[in-house]
Design a protein around this ligand. Structure first.
Ligand code: G3H
Length: 542
């Protein structure tokens, strides 16, 4: 079969599915967690379709139906919020006043139970969002590692906080205290990892949480509901499902959300922030869109640049906020770059998420291939061409990657975040052109620079670090390692996430202070010696 035929015959028959990935019937999730109880929903449901299509006997293919999840209403959303408000109890609840060591024990118990669900969650990641087996497994394992690193970072933070400070005759103990009720919403491309990289730090620092899974990638969280219910006191973790406008809007307008942790679009983030009646009481932790450019300098190592650009542009089909979304290549090497990039793209194995070594898979967002085709057609009608053979070929939910060149201002591909397997390439003569592109862009997450001359690179580093938040030298853009800060400027982010930064972002520095006199020394000594307080304490967590 040639590639065109392979694309047309991409989808398997149900009988051809490997037994390890077969699902036993529909997953009709009816449970949601509120106030420590797994409630059962008997209202309307949202049907869940897989990006994977199954071929019928007559050769036609349609998206596999995976099951359904509850379409809750405003009432249930407000009940979930109320459960979180009650568990926080103005900071007087069991959870926010619990010792750090005890909160860590709860999170450890949850992690233990979560690990038991690894295979189930990985399988659902493949079916629900079309992520390859390798990347789905990586997402699960990276999340477990993130939780463990969070526990270690908190122990370290707590050790620092368990010391008293003395300044100008005042004794102080400074720690970080929780902020209140956190609403966590992750994105569809990392529905587990990016939900948990806000949810876990928010929880472990003593906040209570309502979390809403993304629109796609919902069922994979169901196997963890029992673990949440078993591991945390009632109301500390609550879930809501359904239409964002129906369930999230009322929670925001209630004014009872203290922190909005949202990974998604700036358009939605702006709507949610504006719904809060007292914006000064709302802290926002936002991971938003980006259009990270690669700049390939005339002296770049072409082989390295091509392989990193390909990885950056097409890992998980380009559906990463950190993906490389436009490639600026110096005029002197653009033709050779395109030839190599196109050849390398053609070598990428495509197929079903569970196929060994697969790199390109079907896309989960409804209507996405048609939208990507429009972007490519618009560029082509403006004078660009699709460089790679079969680029842009569509079969149902599958879109074969398209390398599009030359992309120019005025084309949508110039500044729209494609979030899919389309690689816009621009050639430049003067470095001023890509530099100005970065300055003019609405986004400010990361840039990749490819070159060898230290002087030239240094000349670019200094202005660009004031435009974006990470410069990658001869490397694709990425979030990891998770101990590094992850953030962006302009429309790309608000607040910084990393293992240790996340502990800060969900808390506020709070202290107990006292003039250094005999009375106060005696009080502090008694409180710490008799362990009368969780906050004012010299206990050291090993
Ligand atoms: O979608 C955005 C993710 O944070 C990207 O993370 O660079 O590790 O794939 P990653």
């Amino acid at each position: 079969m040639n590639r065109t035929e392979q694309i047309q015959n991409l989808f398997p028959k149900e009988s051809e599915l490997p037994s390890a990935v077969r699902l036993e019937g529909r997953i009709d999730q009816s449970r949601y967690l509120v106030g420590g109880t797994l409630r059962s929903w008997d209202g309307p449901f949202e049907e869940v379709l897989s990006p994977v299509c199954l071929r019928a006997e007559d050769g036609s293919a349609s998206q596999a139906v995976l099951g359904a999840y509850p379409k809750l209403t405003e009432k249930e959303a407000l009940e979930a919020l109320q459960a979180a408000v009650q568990a926080y109890d103005n900071g007087q609840g069991l959870w926010p006043t619990m010792s750090v060591a005890d909160r860590i024990r709860h999170v450890q118990q949850f992690t233990m139970l979560m690990k038991e669900k690894r295979e189930e969650v990985v399988k659902l990641l493949m079916w629900e969002i079309g992520k390859s087996h390798t990347d789905s497994t990586k997402e699960f394992d990276r999340t477990i590692e993130y939780i463990q690193d969070t526990i270690d970072a908190l122990k370290e933070l707590d050790r620092v906080g368990s010391r008293f400070q003395l300044a100008q005759g005042i004794i102080g103990q400074i720690r970080r205290a929780p902020l209140g009720v956190v609403l966590c919403m992750g994105p569809f491309n990392y529905p587990l990892n990016e939900t948990f990289t806000t949810l876990i730090p928010a929880l472990i620092m003593g906040n209570t949480v309502v979390f809403k899974p993304p629109k796609l990638g919902v069922l994979l969280l169901e196997p963890l509901l029992e673990a949440f219910a078993e591991s945390f006191p009632p109301g500390v973790v609550n879930t809501v499902y359904g239409e964002g406008q129906v369930v999230v809007g009322p929670m925001m307008t209630s004014g009872k959300i203290d922190v909005l942790a949202f990974i998604g679009s700036s358009r939605v983030a702006d709507i949610l922030k504006a719904q809060h009646p007292r914006p000064h009481r709302l802290r926002c932790v936002l991971g938003l869109e980006a259009k990270n450019p690669a700049i390939v300098l005339p002296d770049a190592d072409l082989e390295l640049a091509v392989s990193e650009c390909l990885l950056g542009a097409l890992s998980y089909n380009g559906q990463r906020c950190t993906g490389l979304k436009i490639l600026w290549v110096h005029d002197s090497l653009v033709e050779e770059f395109l030839r190599r990039l196109s050849a390398a793209a053609s070598d990428l194995p495509f197929g079903m998420p569970w196929d060994p070594n697969v790199k390109l898979t079907p896309l989960p967002e409804p209507g996405k291939p048609a939208w990507l085709s429009q972007l490519v057609e618009e560029a082509v009608s403006g004078g660009a061409r699709v460089v790679n053979p079969d680029g842009g070929t569509v079969n149902q939910t599958f879109f074969y990657p398209a390398v599009v060149y030359p992309v120019r201002p005025g084309m949508k591909l110039w500044n729209v975040e494609q979030f899919g397997p389309v690689i816009p390439v621009v050639s430049y003569r003067d470095l001023e052109e890509p530099e100005q592109y970065v300055v003019q862009s609405n986004y400010g997450q990361q840039v990749s620079l490819f070159g060898r001359d230290p002087k030239q690179l240094a000349r670019l580093i200094d202005p660009l670090v004031n435009q974006v938040c990470r410069l990658n030298l001869n490397s694709q853009c990425q979030r990891g390692p998770d101990s590094f800060p992850f953030t962006g400027r302009k429309d790309s982010a608000e607040g910084t996430l990393s293992v240790s930064d996340a502990l800060r972002v969900f808390t506020i520095r709070t202290l107990v202070a006292a003039k250094e006199n005999d009375l106060n020394k005696r009080i502090i000594t008694t409180i710490t010696r008799d362990r009368l307080s969780s906050f004012l304490s010299t206990d050291f967590i090993f």
